[in-house]
Design a protein around this ligand. Structure first.
Ligand code: PLP
Length: 362
C-alpha cells in the first residue's frame, strides 16, 4: 500500500519516475519532515564514506562533515546535525542572494570549494521550497549544479509547499527537482499532514536511489530475518526510517487520495491560494497594514505600517481575541504576522474572521 500510494502521488505531483519504487527510487511515509531530514542526512553521511569496514558506519563522524543551509532554513537540519553528532561546526549557513531570501548559488559554490580545499567533507545541501517564515524558495537547479562536483546529497524540504505541485499552475515548486541537464536532487520531502487534508502524521519522503537509505540504516538481527526480506522481494520500510515498528499511514493517505480525488485535492489547495490572494488584496488597501513580503501560495506575511511595536501588539491582540490563532515570525529582523490557510475546514468564513480581527483599530 505504501509503495503504491507514494508511487501514485509522485506521478500526480509530477515527480520523475526515478523517484518511484518502479523506477529505482521510492517514497516512504515518515512521521515528520524532521525525521525525513535525519534519515536523508544519514544516507548522505553513508554515501560520502560508504566503505562498510572503514567508512561512516564503522567509524562514525570525523568532525569534518558539513551540511549547508541558509538563515531561512527550518530548524530541522540543525536538529538532524545534532542527532548525527556533527557538532555545531557541522552546520554551515550560506548567505542568500542580496535582497532575496533565496540561497546564493555562487556563495554556495564558493563555500563548498573553500571547505573542500581545507579538507572538509560536504555531505548534504539542504534546499527549501516554501520556507516556514515567508514561503521563499531556493534556486534548486543552481544548488544542484554547485553541489554536484562535490557529490554532496541534495535534500529538498518542501514540507509545506510541495503538495501544491498537484496543481499544474503551481508545479514551479518542483523546479530543479527532477533529473535533467544540471538538475535532479537526491531526496524530496513534503508533508501531507500540513496542507493535504491528512491528519498528522504523514510526511512523504522520496529518494532517487532505493538502496541509499537501507545501505545506511539496515540492521538485521536474527529475530527480524525472514525470507521475503532476504530475497529482496519486499521493501523493508524499517530500513528507511528511525523506528523499527511503524504505523499504517498509507491507509489514511489512500483514503484521502481516493476520497477527494485529484480534483478535490486541487480544489482544496486552490481555494486556500485564493483566500491568501484575497487577504493580501485587503492588506494592500488598508491604511495601517502592509505586506511584509509577497504572498506565496496560501501564506501571507503582514505587519503594521506603524512599526515593530505595533506589529507585536497586533499579533497579541489578534490571538487574545480568541477566534484565531496566528503565528509570528521575523523578516529581516522585524516582527511579522503570518496567516497561513491550510486547515482541513479552513474556508472563506475564516478569512472574514481573520480580517475582522486584523483590521480592527487598536
Ligand atoms: C519548511 C519546513 N520544513 C520542515 C518543517 C518541519 O515539519 P515537521 O513538523 O513535519 O517535522 C516545517 C514545519 O513547520 C517547515 O515549515
Amino acid at each position: 500500500m505504501e509503495q503504491a500510494v507514494t508511487d501514485q502521488l509522485a506521478g500526480a505531483l509530477g515527480l520523475d519516475e526515478s523517484f518511484t519504487h518502479d523506477g529505482g527510487g521510492g517514497g516512504s511515509i515518515q512521521d515528520s519532515a524532521s525525521s525525513a531530514a535525519l534519515v536523508a542526512l544519514t544516507a548522505a553521511l553513508h554515501r560520502a564514506a560508504p566503505d562498510p569496514g572503514s567508512g561512516w558506519r564503522a567509524r562514525g563522524v570525523t568532525g569534518r562533515e558539513r551540511v549547508y543551509v541558509t538563515a531561512e532554513t527550518h530548524s530541522s537540519p540543525a536538529k538532524a546535525v545534532r542527532w548525527a553528532g556533527l557538532g555545531s561546526d557541522g552546520l554551515r549557513t550560506v548567505p542568500c542572494t542580496p535582497g532575496s531570501r533565496a540561497r546564493d548559488p555562487a556563495a554556495l559554490a564558493d563555500t563548498l570549494a573553500a571547505d573542500v580545499a581545507t579538507g572538509l567533507v560536504p555531505v548534504l545541501v539542504r534546499a527549501t521550497v516554501g520556507t516556514t517564515s515567508t514561503g521563499s524558495g531556493d534556486p534548486v537547479a543552481a544548488l544542484v549544479t554547485a553541489a554536484r562536483p562535490h557529490r554532496a546529497w541534495v535534500h529538498v524540504d518542501a514540507a509545506w509547499a510541495g503538495v501544491a505541485a498537484l496543481c499544474p499552475e503551481h508545479r514551479w515548486v518542483l523546479d530543479g527537482v527532477n533529473p535533467g541537464p544540471g538538475h535532479g536532487v537526491d531526496s524530496f520531502c513534503t508533508d501531507a499532514h500540513k496542507w493535504l487534508l491528512t491528519a498528522f502524521d504523514a510526511s512523504l519522503l522520496w529518494v532517487r536511489d532505493a538502496r541509499a537509505l537501507p545501505a545506511a540504516l539496515s540492521i538485521t538481527p536474527a529475530y527480524l530475518r525472514e525470507a521475503h526480506s532476504d530475497s529482496g522481494a519486499v521493501v523493508d520500510f524499517r530500513d528507511w526510517q528511525v523506528p523499527l515498528g511503524r504505523r499504517f499511514r498509507a491507509l489514511k493517505l489512500w483514503a484521502v487520495l481516493h476520497g477527494q480525488g485529484l480534483s478535490g485535492l486541487r480544489a482544496h489547495l486552490r481555494g486556500h491560494v485564493d483566500l491568501a490572494a484575497e487577504l493580501a488584496e485587503r492588506v494592500r488597501g488598508h491604511d495601517d497594514l502592509e505586506l511584509a513580503c509577497a504572498p506565496v501560495l496560501s501564506l501571507v506575511c503582514l505587519r503594521s505600517r506603524s512599526g515593530d511595536a505595533a506589529t507585536t501588539a497586533l499579533l497579541e491582540r489578534a490571538n487574545a481575541d480568541g477566534r484565531v490563532l496566528l503565528t509570528g515570525t521575523e523578516v529581516d529582523g522585524h516582527p511579522v504576522v503570518r496567516v497561513a490557510f491550510g486547515g482541513i475546514t479552513t474556508g472563506r468564513a475564516h478569512l472574514d474572521v481573520v480580517w475582522d480581527v486584523l483590521s480592527a483599530r487598536s
